[in-house]
Design a protein around this ligand. Structure first.
Ligand SMILES: Nc1ncnc2c1ncn2[C@@H]1O[C@H](COP(=O)(O)OP(=O)(O)OP(=O)(O)O)[C@@H](O)[C@H]1O
Length: 485
């Protein structure tokens, strides 16, 4: 399997010649159930003293030193130094030039930072705003950075409350409004009050903005209302200092779905974050190499981790997770050095874990929602395999009828499927059906939808549906045809 090869260098993943951990060095003699029982008896008969010794022995046994000397550096949320940032000069320069007016007391423009997952959007805006905070502090000015992620948030009201809480936490005061039982208007008022009391100027950073859709599909999306309110708060004097809003999204078409009124008040400067090629990923990892002991990494580890990550759409977060995972595995095995086999095994674990753990933990209704959605992606005769939510919902209704299961509303179905984007199994975007046609969500699977269907079937009573594959396929395509006509 070859990785992306933009400059002709070899980024392919070498064949798996590595031994698995189980057939590696001495793993001890095989212990049968019988010998275990016997062994257990002996232990029970042993004195407290010997038990104590063996625990102490275990605790005292330092084994081989950890491969890490600074594991924090490969934690996804660590704020890294500027020198470790790779390949984002253009984006850094744009964000700096847009936010510079703040330092002169002028209003910076709003911004839309967009691009695939793990491409440094949060990192860049975080790095620049951090410097502005420090520069403002040195001049005795207070620059507030109010940063929220919309992934776990469902409604506008929750988003405004989250903003209040974030500000209150930053300045060390009580939120001053309850989460429920008061109007959204009152929460906005409290937000503005806190900001006016404590900051001279403020930037709102709204991550994963496109996921803040709100509950009702027929209404203006919650993100549109939020952007409208925040970006006009300065013009209406609700916030006295300078205000800027930075929205972060994976959806390149985000602006197509926002309301005209919000579009004109938000009116952002765009900054695009393309995905990384294997060389950039390698450089990103190389700049964090000091997370490991000098002799803690074998030579083939860095190229292999970056080649795997380049295959996962050039996502730096995945590269860093794999780097850390391989190190953890080497530590668990007490190997003292990260080697190719740790990377491969860790990658397998990541792949297996992601979907399996997730599916195991889902409720039946969520499994049915996922199954119906995956079947649309899998059986679609239409170009592309993205799933319009109205089609996914119709197929979900068909499946629930067939297996005689409870049926949720379309809103609940959409909410369930949207949740899966948290795990990177699905990406979501909001689409319009043209003038007067309303909005809908579109789901795209990042992995193989068929593999996902098989896993769900293993685990639920959906087996009877799987046996009617041809019928399901025709239901899917009939619904798609109706939707597209
Ligand atoms: N150019 C880079 N140089 C060094 N590290 C990077 C770079 N880009 C991303 N990273 C690291 O990758 C991880 C993910 O980056 P970040 O959170 O900024 O991505 P994002 O584009 O905001 O992703 P998402 O859309 O999923 O929120 C972080 O740990 C970050 O430090």
């Amino acid at each position: 399997m070859a990785g992306r090869d933009q400059d002709g260098s070899d980024q392919s993943i070498p064949d798996d010649g590595a031994r698995s951990r189980a057939d590696g060095e001495d793993v001890g003699e095989t212990i049968t159930n019988h010998s275990l029982r016997e062994h257990g008896k002996e232990i029970a008969e042993d004195s407290e003293d010997s038990k104590h010794r063996s625990i102490r022995d275990m605790l005292d046994d330092e084994g081989k030193a950890s491969v890490f000397v600074n594991r924090d550096l490969v934690e996804p949320d660590t704020i890294i130094d500027e020198e470790r940032i790779v390949g984002r000069d253009e984006q850094l320069e744009s964000v700096v030039s847009f936010l510079k007016p703040t330092l002169q007391g002028n209003r910076p423009p709003n911004m839309l930072l967009y691009g695939p997952a793990g491409t440094g959007k949060s990192l860049i805006i975080g790095a620049v705003t951090q410097q502005i905070i420090e520069l403002c502090q040195s001049k005795g000015e207070r620059f507030g950075v109010v940063d929220i992620n919309c992934q776990p948030i469902n409604t506008l009201d929750q988003a405004v409350f989250e903003l209040v809480q974030t500000v209150a936490k930053d300045i060390g005061v009580d939120a001053g409004v309850p989460e429920t039982g008061v109007s959204t208007k009152r929460k906005y008022r409290r937000l503005y009050e806190l900001i006016n009391e404590h900051y001279d100027s403020v930037i709102f950073i709204i991550d994963e903005i496109d996921l803040l859709v709100g509950r009702r599909a027929s209404e203006e999306p919650a993100y549109s209302k939020l952007l409208y309110q925040l970006s006009r708060a300065s013009n209406t004097n609700e916030i006295e200092g300078q205000v800027s809003v930075a929205a972060l999204t994976n959806d390149p078409k985000f602006m197509e779905n926002i309301d005209g009124r919000a579009e004109s008040s938000f009116n952002p400067r765009d900054i695009y974050f393309p995905d990384y090629d294997a060389n950039q990923l390698r450089q990103i990892l190389d700049n964090r190499r000091d997370a490991f002991r000098d002799d803690g990494l074998s030579d083939d580890v860095l190229p292999l981790v970056s080649a795997f990550a380049a295959q996962s759409h050039g996502d730096a977060r995945k590269a860093i997770d794999l780097f850390r995972g391989a190190g953890d595995l080497a530590d668990e095995c007490g190997d003292g050095e990260v080697r190719e086999e740790h990377v491969r095994e860790s990658q397998e674990e990541i792949d297996k874990d992601r979907s399996l753990k997730l599916i195991e933990g889902l409720t039946t209704q969520k499994k049915i929602s996922l199954y119906a959605t995956a079947s649309v992606a899998n059986f679609s005769n239409w170009s592309g395999s993205s799933v319009p939510s109205p089609v996914g919902f119709k197929v979900y209704q068909w499946v629930t009828d067939e297996i005689d299961a409870d049926q949720m509303t379309r809103e609940t179905y959409v909410k369930y499927v949207k949740e899966l984007s948290t795990y990177g199994l699905i990406s979501t975007s909001r689409k319009g059906r043209g003038r007067g046609g309303g909005m809908y969500m579109e789901f795209t699977f990042t992995g193989d939808p068929e593999a996902m269907m098989n896993r769900i079937v293993d685990d639920t009573r959906l087996g009877s549906i799987a046996e009617q594959e041809a019928l399901l396929q025709s239901v899917v395509n009939a619904q798609l045809k109706e939707f597209h006509s």
